[in-house]
Design a protein around this ligand. Sequence first.
Ligand code: NAD
Length: 367
Amino acid sequence: MLSDVISTMNNTKQDPVFGQLSFDNHEQIVFCNDKDTGLKAIIGIHNTVLGPALGGTRMWNYSNEWEALNDVLRLSRGMTFKSAITGLNLGGGKAVIIGDAKTQKTPELMKRFGEFVHSLSGRYITAEDVGMETEDMDLVREVTPYVTGISESKGGAGNPSPITAYGVFMGMKAAAQYKFGSDILEDKVVYVEGIGNVGEALVEHLVNEGANVTISDINRERLEMIRDKYDVKIYDGHDLYSEEMDIYAPCALGATINDNTIDKIKAQVIAGAANNQLADEDKHGLILQERNIVYAPDFLINAGGIINVYAELEDYGRQEIMRKTENIYNTTLEILDRAKANQITTNDAAMRIATERIENRKKENLQ
Ligand code: NAD
């Protein structure tokens, strides 16, 4: 009966796309499907005021399509503010491919994905994210110029992860300077959660500076490899957040600072690479502020990767990449100071600067 259908519809918690909680006035959301290669992807273009929407592609075994959609909505929004705060002329976008990168990623699937990217005529430019390698971007490059993060041998800036890690390290040092009065991390107890491409490079910087590093990951083999390579400790417990530590560095997936973890966190500084670390930016940002835990906004300190790939579009070299990435230290300090002066969360302080830049450009574009 129609009334049953309507009543079911009224009971639906959220409308399918525009009603999702993560929807934030995104300009365009593209669903891509290809029967032959098994490709199921979603491209999210959040905002293109500052320039084309650039952001990586994540391949992940999402448990359902809602999860994938919400991930791309959150991630693409994050890219808008990341580029804005870093001073890049780029908008925010991101793509997710639904599937297991280890078993379902094929060259044909990557090229088909590239064709979908190409169909957007440069409004979206892709790059690597979780589950992607430089070689995957090389495959995408065969069918579209709208891709960054390709191999150096093919004229690209190469793997962005080491630069991302360097930026995170700079942001972490700035947060330490603010919290502990010194940016020297020697003997600081640092937990790195997720020791993939970025996490490993971060561990290397930390070990070189003499920090006391503990690592955690769901991949046991990788944990043992990194432990042996850098002489660090593996976390074997079940509740990392409750551990005594100076610095917590989330470098796996997002939303690890959530209702279940926030009250347990003993770290005094949170600074890591993962995107969208706060499950709820306002609520969890505020609790961290009240608890005097210094949170270095993720989208600010993990911008090294985008600075690196932006070089491919703007044609600047290694020196400029490093200069811009090192500047994350100054921007982080500026934001922490601003947050204190205005009694707002650090995330809010960063968002305000980023939003101002977008709004100003919007006005200029209208003139
Ligand atoms: P990666 O796939 O190389 O590494 C992620 C690691 O996290 C893997 O080792 C994985 O086993 C581990 N992991 C997954 N779930 C986990 C869990 N629940 N607990 C512990 N470990 C877990 O990815 P990456 O390129 O190193 O990126 C890490 C994070 O940084 C991601 O959130 C990514 O979006 C973000 N980021 C990366 C870049 C970059 O340049 N690669 C740039 C900006 C932001």
